[in-house]
Design a protein around this ligand. Structure first.
Ligand code: G
Ligand code: G
Ligand code: MN
Ligand code: NA
Length: 252
C-alpha cells in the first residue's frame, strides 16, 4: 500500500522516466526503432523494477494513469526530436491488457498523437498473450481499433503463452516478438532452434514482421541470421538507454 501511494505520487509528479532499448538490423546492428521501458527512481529505495510496480499498478487501477503518462512522455520526446530536425525513429510501447479493456482506447491515444503532431505509424503497441486470455473479445476489439487508427501491434514474448497459434488467427498483428527464452537456448538446444526457425517461417507466411528478443551473444546473432531472422533486440547490441544516451546514439 505504501508503494502504491508512492507510485501514485510518482506518476503525478514526474517521478518516472523513460528508457529506450534500440531495435536493430540483426546483421549490421543498425538501429531502426526502439522499445520504450518505464523506469521509477524511488526517493529512498532507488530504482524499482517495472516487473515489481507494473503489477501493483494493474491491481490498484493506476495502470491507466501510468499508461497515459508513458504515451504522453513518449510523444513529447518524439516531438522534441522532430522540432530539432533530428532523425525520428518508430517506438514500441508495452501495454498492459487492463489498458485495452476500456472502450475508446485507440481514440484516446490518437489525441496525444494529434496534439504532438506525430504519425500513428510511428507507434507500435506490444501486448503479451498471457494478458490476452482474459476478456478476449473486448481486447481483440481494442486491438482492431488500434490498427484502424494506423498504429502497429506486436505480440510480445511470443511462444510462452498457452494458445499461441489460435491467437495468431484472431489478433490483428503486425509483428511477432520471439521470446528471449528461445533465443537464450538456441546455441545448445536443437529444439529451440527449430522452434525459432518455424516461428520465422510462420511469421513470413502471415506477412508479419518478426524480431528476436534478448540477443546476448555473437553466437546467438549468427545462428539467428542462419535461421532467417533479420531484426533483434538485446544486450549484445544495446541495453535500455536513457533518453539523452539514445538521442546521442541515433544522431552521432
Ligand atoms: O524494463 P524491464 O526489462 O525491466 O521490464 C520489465 C517488464 O515491464 C517487461 O515485461 C516490460 O514489458 C514491462 N514494462 C516496461 N515498461 C512498461 C510500460 O510502460 N508499460 C507496461 N504496461 N509494461 C512495461
Ligand atoms: O516483456 P518485455 O519483452 O517487454 O521485457 C523487456 C525487458 O527485457 C526489459 O526489462 C529489458 O531490460 C529486458 N531485456 C532487454 N534485452 C535483454 C537481454 O538481452 N537480456 C535480458 N536478460 N533481458 C533483456
Ligand atoms: Mn516488450
Ligand atoms: Na518481451
Amino acid at each position: 500500500l505504501l508503494l502504491e501511494q508512492a507510485l501514485r505520487e510518482a506518476i503525478a509528479s514526474n517521478g518516472l522516466s523513460l528508457n529506450f532499448q534500440p531495435k536493430v538490423q540483426l546483421e549490421t546492428g543498425e538501429v531502426f526503432a526502439s522499445e520504450v521501458l518505464v523506469r521509477w527512481n524511488h526517493l529512498t529505495q532507488g530504482f524499482i523494477s517495472p516487473s515489481v510496480f507494473i503489477p501493483i499498478a494493474e491491481r490498484s487501477g493506476l495502470i491507466a494513469d501510468l499508461g497515459r503518462w508513458v504515451m504522453e512522455e513518449t510523444c513529447r520526446y518524439l516531438a522534441e526530436i522532430k522540432q530539432s530536425g533530428l532523425t525520428i525513429l518508430p517506438v514500441a510501447i508495452n501495454l498492459s491488457v487492463h489498458e485495452l479493456e476500456g472502450s475508446g482506447f485507440a481514440k484516446h491515444l490518437m489525441k496525444y498523437v494529434n496534439d504532438y503532431d506525430l504519425e500513428p505509424s510511428l507507434f507500435e503497441f506490444e501486448v503479451t498473450e498471457t494478458g490476452l486470455i482474459s476478456r478476449e473479445e473486448m481486447v481483440i476489439e481494442s486491438l482492431k481499433q488500434l490498427r484502424e487508427a494506423g498504429f502497429r501491434v506486436a505480440l510480445d514474448d511470443f511462444g510462452t503463452g498457452y494458445s499461441s497459434l489460435s491467437y495468431l488467427r484472431k489478433l490483428p498483428l503486425t509483428t511477432l516478438k520471439i521470446d528471449r527464452a528461445f533465443v537464450s537456448d538456441i546455441t545448445d538446444d536443437k529444439v529451440a532452434a527449430s522452434i525459432v526457425r518455424t516461428v520465422i517461417t510462420l511469421a513470413e507466411s502471415l506477412g508479419l514482421e518478426v524480431i528476436a528478443e534478448g540477443v546476448e551473444t555473437k553466437e546467438q546473432q549468427s545462428i539467428l541470421l542462419k535461421l532467417g531472422c533479420t531484426k533483434a533486440q538485446g544486450y549484445f547490441f544495446y541495453k535500455p538507454l536513457d533518453s539523452l544516451e539514445f538521442r546521442k546514439l541515433i544522431n552521432h
